[in-house]
Structure formats: structure tokens, C-alpha cells
Design a protein around this ligand. Structure first.
Ligand code: HEM
Length: 445
């Protein structure tokens, strides 16, 4: 294969780009794209990583060459203890079997039945808010999405355990990110303070998830939720899922299914607060369609602008700012060689801020997603949920949740940030506002 290696920074003699990437990962990869083009090579620790940002290449990797570009080993190693062999990390026949098992819980019809819970829990949350109090909106969203995922997929009320899970998730994310950046990672079995902290956090999270599973193992009645499907499923030989398999899948869905959506809604609230014209039009739409009644799934088809606002929020501030692949053979991408086994980064944030596909990319303009204008967006340019066969299984769930939760909030609260708030992004496993999003509650009369 005689394609050249892609361009990229030389970086530090010992550390390559490790420190720049660690300090400001989002800004750094955006800079790499602007400085070096659509395929960039840079060094993190001892290995070279590749950033791919052109929509054609992204589309090709996610679809036509999906059997070559797999989930990276680094993700599997990182997640092993926490998520085990869940949907996010497995490949091949194991992934196919799991996907088949979990998919029915995400069918359109079934998801629509989750709508009432999403709305009811949003109202339950706002009922406790006081006018003029200052709140961390991001915290509220994390707790709310956890409660929603627990109720809809596991028929469990985790209000009591939510704080514990929130804290555990925080520690796990932080430790995972540190682990990626470490030039020489500390072995997982090493009894360092950090490893102990991480293990304790995993235990805490697991104890909540196990509590939910155990409470159901003895009672096999079908409650129509995902957990019933997992507990009742049988393979060709009539064997059910082992406790470990149910645990891994449940941890994966608890994990993948709440913070991503929570941060997406937090960023949407931020963008609405900064763009009062958009908010005014949106609120007027919602008031007209609902006539002051509670928002329902049935209203959503009459509220295209609400969906456009969600899509544009996730374009401008995608909570999943990066995902990774790894080729199982030497590959040529955009005319450059990517050697077998190299980590490849795809960044929704970088590609969705490229003015070639999204003119004036910093402007919050929901009309980009109107039926007519959306046709101009090339395949692979808008990938907040990834694509191809490994597309986010919770995409429709998350899109519906964001519309119902933010729509219901707008019926009762005006988006209003603390006056001195300045945006600061923290790109850990998902991109969220550093230090939370302080809002001053302004209840609608
Ligand atoms: C705004 C919210 C969300 C965003 C931006 C998002 C984004 C993504 C992305 C980019 C991937 C691919 C990750 C990779 O290839 O490494 C993914 C996978 C996945 N997501 Fe989501 N997600 C969201 C919400 C959800 C929800 C609500 C659930 C479940 C309730 C969920 C469950 C999953 C699972 C299980 C996978 C792995 C799918 C597979 O590999 O087969 N996600 N998500």
C-alpha cells in the first residue's frame, strides 16, 4: 500500500501531543483539523492516533467499511470492569445476538409508551423548584434522565439511589479519561488510590443496578420493559442470559442512556437562554399546539420546530463529542494510509462545526434542519449518534426524551442563566458544562 501517512504535528519529543490533547481535547482536535486537513495523524502516549473529519470518509467508515473499522481495543480495555460485555463494546456474533435481544425495547411503538413517564417525571421535578432560586440545571438533568431510564427500561424508581449513581458516574468518567491520557497507564490491579476510587464507584453503581435486577429475578412476570425481555430471553438451546450478561447489558444501558441525553438537554437549555427569538417562537408553537395541556407524544408531529431545535442543539454542542474506531487491516482513508490497529477518532463536534457543511457554524439556527435545507447536509456531516449498524440504539428514545422534557419545561419555566455565566465546556466522556449550568429559576405565571 503506497498511500502516504497523513500530515500532523510533530509534538513533544517524548510525549507527542499527549499534553495538548489532555488539556483541551476539543479545542486541540479542532485545531488539528484546521491546521492539517481532513485526515490528521498525532501521537498520544506511545501510539499514533488518526483524526478523520471529512463526511465522505466518516460515512465510508461507518457503513461500507463497518466490518473493517471496529470498536477499538482501548475502549474494550477501558470499559471491561465497568460495562463488561455489553452492547457498547462487543463485536461480531456476540454483538449481533445482544443487539437482536435489546432492539425490541427501542421499537418506535414501545418508545412512544415511555412518553408519559418522561413528561410526568419532568413535572414532578419542576414541582419542587422555587421561583428565583439558583439551581445547577445540569445536575437536575442528570438525575431526571437517570430516573427516566430506570423507570422506562427497568420499571424501577431509583430516586433514592440517584445521587449515589450520579457521584459514581462522575468518578468513573474522570478516571476513565485520565486513564486514556496517561503515557504509561497504571495497571488496573494496582492498589493505587485512584484505582480504589474507581472500583468503589463501579461497586456503588453496580449495587443500584443489581438491586433492580435482584428485585425482579424472583418474579418472572412480564412487565413489558427491557428488563423483562432480558430476563425472559432464551437462546437456540433454551438457555437464558446469565446474571453477568444481564448485569453487563443493564449497566451499559444505564450508563449510555442517561448522561448523554442529560447533557444534550442542558446544552439545549443554554442555547435557548442565549437565543430568545428562537425560544419565543418555540414557546408560542408549544402553547398553540397543546392549548396549555400537558405535552404528549401525539403533539410532537405538530411541533417540527421543537425537533429542529433539538437537532441544532446537538449539532452545535454534541454531548458525544468523539467516538472511536480501529481498522483490522491497513486502510486508505481520504488518500492517506491508516495502519492496521491504529485508533481512529471521529468527532461530531469538529465535523459539525465545519463551515463547508454548516455555514456560520457558531450560529444557532434551527432552520438548518427544515425539510428543505436539511437535504443539503451531506451524509456523514451530522453524526451525533454515529451511524451505520453501530448507530446509537437509543437515538429515537433520546430524541423523543429531549423534545418532551425540554418542551414540558418550556411550558413552566423560562430559560434564564445566572447573569454572570460564561460557557466553559468540559469534554470528558461526554461534553458538558464545566462546573454545571447555573440557572435562576423563572417560573411561568
Ligand atoms: C443525546 C443522547 C445520545 C447521544 C448523543 C448518543 C450517542 C451515541 C453514539 C455517538 C454512539 C456510538 C458510540 C461509539 O461508537 O463508540 C452511541 C451508542 C450507543 N448508545 Fe447512544 N446516545 C444517546 C442516547 C442514548 C440512550 C438514551 C440510550 C439508551 C437508553 C443509548 C444507548 C446506546 C447504546 C446501547 C449504544 C451502543 C450501540 C451499539 O454499539 O450497538 N444512547 N450513542
Amino acid at each position: 500500500m503506497d498511500a502516504p501517512l497523513p500530515p500532523g504535528p510533530r509534538g513533544d519529543f517524548f510525549l507527542g501531543s499527549t499534553l495538548d490533547f489532555k488539556e483541551q481535547p476539543l479545542h486541540y482536535i479542532k485545531y488539528l483539523h484546521e491546521a492539517y486537513g481532513d485526515v490528521v495523524r498525532f501521537r498520544v502516549g506511545p501510539s499514533y492516533w488518526y483524526l478523520v473529519t471529512h463526511p465522505d470518509d466518516i460515512w465510508d467508515i461507518m457503513t461500507r467499511r463497518a466490518d473493517v473499522f471496529l470498536k477499538p481495543q482501548i475502549a474494550k480495555r477501558l470499559w471491561e470492569k465497568f460495562l463488561g460485555d455489553g452492547l457498547l463494546t462487543t463485536e461480531g456474533a456476540t454483538w449481533k445476538r445482544q443487539h437482536k435481544l435489546v432492539l425490541p425495547a427501542f421499537h418506535r411503538k414501545r418508545i412512544m409508551a415511555y412518553g408519559d413517564t418522561m413528561v410526568a417525571y419532568t413535572h414532578r421535578m419542576v414541582d419542587e423548584w422555587q421561583s428565583d432560586e439558583r439551581r445547577d440545571f445540569d445536575d437536575d438533568m442528570v438525575q431526571l434522565t437517570l430516573e427516566i431510564v430506570a423507570k422506562t427500561l427497568f420499571d424501577a424508581d431509583v430516586r433514592e439511589g440517584a445521587e449515589k449513581v450520579g457521584e459514581a458516574m462522575h468518578v468513573i468518567q474522570k478516571e476513565m479519561v485520565e486513564h486514556i491520557h496517561m503515557p504509561v497507564p497504571v495497571p488496573k490491579w494496582w492498589p493505587s488510590k485512584r484505582n480504589k476510587r474507581k472500583l468503589k464507584a463501579i461497586d456503588d453503581m453496580e449495587s443500584v443496578v443489581r438491586g433492580v435486577i435482584d428485585s425482579r429475578r424472583g418474579n418472572t412476570a412480564d412487565r413489558g420493559d427491557l428488563l423483562s425481555m432480558l430476563l425472559m430471553s432464551k437462546d437456540e438451546d433454551g438457555n437464558g442470559l446469565s446474571d453477568k450478561e444481564v448485569r453487563d447489558q443493564s449497566m451499559t444501558l444505564f450508563f449510555a442512556g442517561h448522561e448523554t441525553t442529560a447533557h444534550a438537554m442542558t446544552w439545549m437549555w443554554y442555547l435557548l437562554a442565549r437565543n430568545p427569538d428562537v425560544t419565543e417562537r418555540l414557546v408560542a408553537d408549544i402553547d398553540r399546539v397543546t392549548g396549555g395541556e400537558r405535552l404528549t407524544v401525539a403533539h410532537l408531529k405538530e411541533l417540527p420546530y421543537l425537533e429542529m431545535c433539538v437537532k441544532e442543539s446537538i449539532r452545535i454542542l454534541p454531548s458525544v463529542w468523539v467516538f472511536m474506531k480501529q481498522p483490522t487491516e491497513d486502510a486508505v482513508v481520504g488518500g492517506f494510509k491508516i495502519p492496521k490497529g491504529s485508533p481512529v477518532i471521529i468527532s461530531p463536534y469538529v465535523t459539525q462545526h465545519d463551515a463547508r457543511w454548516f455555514p456560520s457554524p457558531e450560529t444557532f439556527d434551527p432552520e438548518r434542519f427544515s425539510k428543505v435545507r436539511a437535504k443539503a447536509i451531506p451524509n456523514g456531516a451530522y453524526v451525533p449518534f454515529s451511524g451505520g449498524q453501530r448507530i446509537c440504539i437509543g437515538k429515537a428514545f433520546a430524541m423523543m426524551e429531549a423534545q418532551l422534557v425540554v418542551g414540558s419545561l418550556l411550558q413552566r419555566v423560562k430559560p434564564q442563566l445566572a447573569p454572570d455565566y460564561k460557557i466553559a465546556m468540559k469534554a470528558e466522556l461526554s461534553n458538558h458544562p464545566e462546573g454545571g449550568l447555573p440557572v435562576d429559576v423563572a417560573l411561568r405565571a
